[in-house]
Design a binder for this molecule. Structure first.
Ligand SMILES: O=C(O)C(=O)Cc1ccccc1
Length: 294
């Protein structure tokens, strides 16, 4: 049989990233899903050709951007030159408080989870477990694994129902997310193909540094290019630039925008990338993909 296409995700198995990866690559006969330990490792694995694709959380509707993913996309060390976004998955996320089977909520003293999951369950946690020790770990499924393999009835994890089943835990709290409509958008990442591929598809992502941090309107001028070409923005983020020649508190910006491939075969997208070349102090095209939602 032909070799399966490999896909890296933030493990261990039964993380939300794993669920999103199954949505993007549902066919077990053609794809092998490989758990890795960190979001950064997903990017590194794809760059090093260890897998063809990777899946990473990008933003959550309650808690906002996933900082580890923005850090990797910033690629300050120029170590991830070939990695681009090539798809997206929206996943409804419902959190559970999971403990040892037979344990009780009133015995819980310490809760493990991913920082994003703590950020999405703050209200429930403050109400039912005020003052409890919260330990941040690399993923929600890691938290479930830790509780299953160590500690006592005083330990619990915030994770998905699938993690509860996978690691044999009991349910101490159901659907504990602050908002019932909680969802996370994941990116599928792959390697850059030929130049220009993907440009002008449903959505596009770029990063850039503004021309000058000392002049009023430097960012507005760049954003004006998208407006002038009629390109709607779908997300905007920033991280400390920290690149050569940049000072503390100077930022690298990420702009995601709708492409118009079907309408003008990417002419407007190509145009705005030329604008970035003349109006920024450095930019990178981070991929184009079909929108999973409209
Ligand atoms: O930890 C996980 O399961 C992840 O995949 C990251 C995450 C955490 C919380 C919500 C969505 C994704």
């Amino acid at each position: 049989m032909a070799q399966k296409t490999k896909v890296a995700f933030l493990g261990p198995v039964a993380s939300y990233s794993h669920q999103a990866t199954k949505v993007a690559f549902p066919d077990e006969n053609t794809h092998e899903l490989i758990p890795v330990k960190t979001i950064r490792e997903v990017f590194d694995t794809v760059q090093a050709r260890g897998t063809e694709y990777g899946v990473v959380p990008f933003e959550n509707s309650t808690h906002g951007p996933v900082s580890m993913t923005l850090e990797a996309l910033a690629d300050r060390g120029d170590e991830l030159r070939d990695v681009v976004v090539c798809g997206e998955v929206y996943l409804g996320v419902h959190h559970f408080l999971l403990g040892k089977k037979g344990g009780r909520l009133e015995d819980v003293r310490r809760v493990y989870s991913h920082p994003q999951a703590f950020g999405q369950t703050g209200r429930w946690m403050r109400r039912f477990l005020p003052g409890v020790e919260m330990v941040e770990v690399s993923s929600t499924s890691k938290a479930a694994e830790i509780v299953a393999t160590g500690g006592d009835e005083g330990w619990a994890a915030v994770a998905g129902e699938m993690a509860g089943r996978e690691y044999g835990l009991g349910v101490l709290g159901e659907r504990i997310e602050d908002r019932g409509d909680n969802e996370t958008r994941f990116f599928v990442v792959g390697r850059k193909q030929e130049k220009g591929e993907g440009r002008g598809k449903g959505k596009n992502l770029v990063s850039f540094c503004v021309g000058s941090h000392d002049e009023p309107g430097a960012l507005a001028e760049v954003l004006g290019c998208f407006r002038e070409r009629g390109l709607n923005l779908t997300s905007i983020n920033s991280v400390p630039g920290l690149r050569e020649g940049m000072r503390p508190f100077e930022y690298l910006f990420f702009v995601e925008f709708e492409g118009t491939g079907q309408v003008d075969e990417g002419v407007r997208v190509k145009g705005v990338l030329e604008d970035l070349e003349s109006k920024t102090k450095g930019w990178r095209y981070l991929g184009g993909w079909e929108s999973a939602r409209r």
